[in-house]
Design a protein around this ligand. Structure first.
Ligand SMILES: Cc1cc2nc3c(=O)[nH]c(=O)nc-3n(C[C@H](O)[C@H](O)[C@H](O)COP(=O)(O)OP(=O)(O)OC[C@H]3O[C@@H](n4cnc5c(N)ncnc54)[C@H](O)[C@@H]3O)c2cc1C
Length: 467
């Protein structure tokens, strides 16, 4: 039965455009499409956003069908929430105000791979792993390699500007985007040109990178691809202190040494710097030699390739587990994965290099005051990108979740107060909305003005990016 929140005439029109089998209104599907990997347990203060379910799920197969759905939605002022793999961790696809969840998973064609242009043109819903497999057949690879390769889509990664294991050399997903085809909120189609650099006016593709679908629906993307590396060298380095490893990473970046993988992790077992060097043979050799010399100067002990090869081979396991246990399952199944475990959160902050170590000290004090322990500190891909995996020291006890939430709030604000940002790769979703204006200042007014101009009916993913 159609949900009463959208007119039945809208459902009828959707069925005319997409066919009955691509318009879902049954409770099971409405539930499982109403959210991503964010559970209310981690959504401190944003729990209300989970109260609404999608009213209908629409599954277009082409740009034309996306246009038709957006025109309909605009006429009836119905929210549209683009849905890629549904693997986001901030609630970007939560239908906070109900409406149409627009599932892009039928748009999965790899349209072209061009080894001369070093680009691939793909539809929005292509899963990263499928692109990787197609490129591999031609001796190529993508630059974006997150944990979630087996489950996330190209347009989802663009819309969150995700970061992956190879970002040390290739940058985040946004850096991979050469051109986009986008359906604007009123149903018009906009294409940018497939040339990586331009000086003819503002770069419009950037309006959609990291924008969580609030300005339109990405339907196609032309992304950069790279040759499979001629040489690949893994190296692990142990340090006695995080600061030593951090200083090694800053020296590498200052000098222009560019490992593909940069992962400095501190856990109870110790501190290890995982490095990977890839590319043409002479470049790899030079980068490796200099990077390891820098690590040794900073007190590092070379561990050889073993630990890093093992870490690399295991890097997608969490996503494989997610695929089996949670992906596409009802919300109760997804949310129960963490039930009974101690409260936790993961924070991915960006700070100027000069502030990172001081930030860590101050954050440690705040977290300890709230009974929260850090079980992992890390630098991922660049020295500016600092992450912490935190848990309630006491497990799940009275007030432990509130204390965890308060601690998270304070350390995110601390990052902003020290000139940084609260999140570097997962977006804002419903979880971080309330802190965005604090970070952007007048910039948030600019975003609001652009939103008003492009989407006066606030149809596209309302309630996200604090809009
Ligand atoms: C096990 C696991 C591991 C992860 N590892 C990483 C990691 O290493 N690095 C990382 O950055 N993230 C990681 N994530 C988070 C997640 O995979 C990324 O945020 C990913 O980029 C989201 O892609 P998706 O296709 O699932 O997007 P979705 O979750 O479906 O959507 C994300 C956002 O993009 C919008 N969107 C989706 N498609 C479109 C479109 N066509 N047009 C406009 N807007 C659109 C949605 O509305 C939403 O706001 C991980 C998640 C899990 C569960």
């Amino acid at each position: 039965m159609p949900n009463a929140a959208v007119p039945s005439s809208l459902i009828t029109s959707l069925v005319q455009i997409l066919g009955q089998e691509n318009v879902l209104t049954d409770p099971y599907n409405l539930d499982r499409y109403s959210g991503d990997a964010l559970s209310p347990a981690r959504a401190f203060g944003a729990e209300k956003a989970f109260e609404r379910l999608a009213d209908v799920v629409a599954r277009p197969a082409s740009t034309e069908e996306v246009c038709a759905v957006l025109k309909l939605a605009n006429e009836s002022r119905t929210p549209v929430i683009p849905y890629g793999g549904g693997t986001g961790v901030m609630g970007g696809v939560v239908p906070a105000l109900g409406g149409i969840v627009l599932d892009l998973q039928r748009m999965i064609r790899i349209l072209s791979i061009n080894p001369t242009d070093m680009t691939a043109e793909v539809e929005a819903g292509v899963v990263l792993e499928d692109l990787e497999n197609a490129l591999e057949l031609q001796g190529l690879m993508p630059g974006h390699d997150p944990y979630s390769v087996p489950i996330a889509t190209v347009a989802g990664a663009i819309s969150t500007n995700g970061v992956g294991y190879r970002a040390g050399a290739y940058g985040p997903m946004g850096d991979q985007v050469v051109a986009l085809e986008v359906v604007l909120p009123d149903g018009r189609v906009m294409n940018t040109r497939a040339v990586p650099i331009q000086s003819s006016g503002p770069s419009l593709k950037h309006l959609f990178i990291g924008s969580e679908g609030v300005f339109g629906v990405i339907t196609k993307a032309t992304i950069r691809v790279f040759r499979q590396p001629e040489a690949q060298v893994f190296a692990g380095v142990a340090f006695d202190t995080f600061d030593q490893g951090f200083n090694a990473s800053t020296e590498m970046f200052a000098l222009g040494v560019r490992p593909t993988l940069v992962d400095l992790t501190e856990e109870d077992e110790g501190i290890i710097f995982h490095l990977l060097f890839e590319g043409f043979r002479e470049g790899v050799q030079a980068n490796e030699q200099r990077a390891l010399a820098i690590c040794t100067e900073q007190g590092g002990r070379l561990l050889g390739p073993g630990p890093t090869v093992a870490y690399w081979q295991d890097r997608r396991q969490s996503a494989e587990n997610y695929k089996v246990e949670a992906l596409g399952k009802p919300r109760s199944v997804r949310w129960s994965r963490w039930r009974g475990r101690r409260g936790f959160d993961y924070l991915h902050l960006g700070l100027p290099i000069s502030k990172v170590l001081e930030y860590r000290k101050q954050a440690d004090v705040i977290l300890a005051q709230h009974g929260v322990r850090v079980i992992e500190y890390a630098i991922w891909s660049r020295p500016e990108l600092f992450s912490m995996l935190i848990v309630s020291e006491s497990g799940v006890t009275t007030g432990s979740r509130e204390r965890l939430g308060e601690a998270v709030e304070q350390v995110l604000q601390l990052a902003q107060d020290m000139g940084g940002i609260m999140e570097y790769c997962h977006g804002v979703g419903v979880k971080l909305n309330h802190l965005l204006a604090r970070e952007k200042g007048a910039g948030q007014e600019v975003v609001r003005t652009m939103k008003q101009a492009l989407d006066p009916n606030n149809v596209m993913n309302p309630g996200k990016l604090d809009l």
